[in-house]
Write a protein that binds this ligand. Structure first.
Ligand code: PMP
Length: 355
């Protein structure tokens, strides 16, 4: 605590990211990065940058990337917002599109950055419990006349559970809340779900957020985007232009544009992750683990006879890092990122003596 901090800063409870270890030979299955490196075309595009790419300011509108995303997702460029990772895009959404008094609704087990942004921007919120199977129930997001709602946000698939909500359920939530923004955070959608981007033309209150950190293997480049009605995007541009004129640097724009051109890399690598997920699920089930159905590049597992915290610590001692959350209700679960089959082999042999 410092006497120079503002009241807001003193009251913040900042987000704690997963460990990014300094030791290179650890098996890192804790923060949902892609096992493959990005498309070679991304690396080529970044390497092809001339010295002007660093000397000159970038395009403040990142027009080339907006056009690329618009044609890829069949929307108009004015329906696309881009930012420095989806965390930053989400920050702008919290600041610019959500009401402050009526509570924002999100699942009680969900991305832990949401309550952090609420604290930062003074937004009231109400966590909504998941059901016994850790699924989101659309009925819980249908407020009565005396229950004002300031907005709704949820990841789909949910994090850290990996569970997927069908588009029909998302439509129920959209129809029940026509006057507030419903944000679908699709960080993991490419590993097994259907994107709600197909709904944006019918729902002016829908905003879909995605990232290049997961299915495009570009967590280090920091690029995320939102797609929705042009009025929602205009609101986000107002926030952005009051905060940072150049959200994406030139290398990030070049790399991100190239990432969406290489559809062969995208299809192959996401199929790898999906098939390795299914194999790891079966292998863990054979060891007695319960594995929640996952549509993401991670699985959420528990062992009925073993303490998850002790398992995570035992794995860490053997050089395998997975994610353990201390939050009530999920403290007996581990979240394991899908890695290479060889890494899964090492994970399984490290687990066996701990069971
Ligand atoms: N949403 C969810 C649900 C996430 O798990 C993450 C990754 N931690 C993000 C958004 C943010 O990803 P990024 O900032 O790398 O785009």
């Amino acid at each position: 605590m410092s006497r120079f901090w503002s009241e807001t800063t003193q009251n913040l409870t900042p987000y704690v990211p997963g460990e990014q270890p300094k030791i290179a030979n650890l098996i890192k299955l804790n923060t949902n990065e892609h096992p493959h490196g990005p498309s070679a075309q991304v690396i080529e595009a970044i390497q092809a940058a001339t010295s002007d790419a660093l000397r000159l300011y970038p395009d403040p509108e990142a027009t080339a990337l907006k056009q690329t995303l618009a044609s890829y997702y069949q929307v108009k460029p004015e329906q696309v917002f881009v930012g420095n990772g989806s965390d930053e895009v989400l920050g702008h959404i919290f600041q610019g599109l959500l009401k402050h008094e009526a509570p924002l609704l999100f699942p009680d087990i969900s991305y832990s950055f949401y309550p952090v942004y609420c604290g930062l921007y003074g937004i009231n919120y109400r966590p909504v419990p998941l059901d016994d199977e850790l699924c989101l129930c659309p009925q819980d997001y249908m407020p009565g006349p005396d229950q004002p709602v300031g907005g709704i946000i949820f990841p789909n698939p949910n994090a850290p559970t990996g569970r997927l909500l069908a588009l029909t359920a998302i439509e129920q939530i959209l129809n029940a809340n026509p006057d507030v923004v419903v944000v679908v955070d699709e960080a993991y959608i490419d590993f097994g779900g259907e994107s709600a981007i197909s709904l944006v033309s019918r729902y002016p209150n829908l905003l879909v957020v995605q990232t290049l950190s997961k299915s495009r293997a570009l967590a280090g480049l920091r690029v995320g985007f939102a797609i929705g009605d042009a009025h929602l995007i205009e609101g986000l541009e107002r926030v952005k232009n009051s905060f940072n004129s150049y959200p994406l640097d030139r290398l990030a724009i070049a790399g991100a544009v190239a990432a969406f051109k290489d559809t062969a890399w995208f299809e192959k690598t996401r199929q790898d992750v999906i098939s390795w997920r299914e194999t790891l699920t079966a292998d863990l089930q054979a060891l007695g683990f319960e594995v929640l159905p996952s549509a993401a590049n991670f699985i959420f597992v528990r062992h009925p006879e073993c303490d998850a915290g002790e398992l995570a610590a035992g794995l860490r001692e053997q050089g395998v890092i997975v994610r353990h959350f201390k939050q009530a209700r999920i403290q007996q679960y581990l979240r394991i990122t899908i890695g290479w089959p060889e890494q899964h082999k090492a994970l399984l042999s490290a687990l066996k003596p701990l069971l």
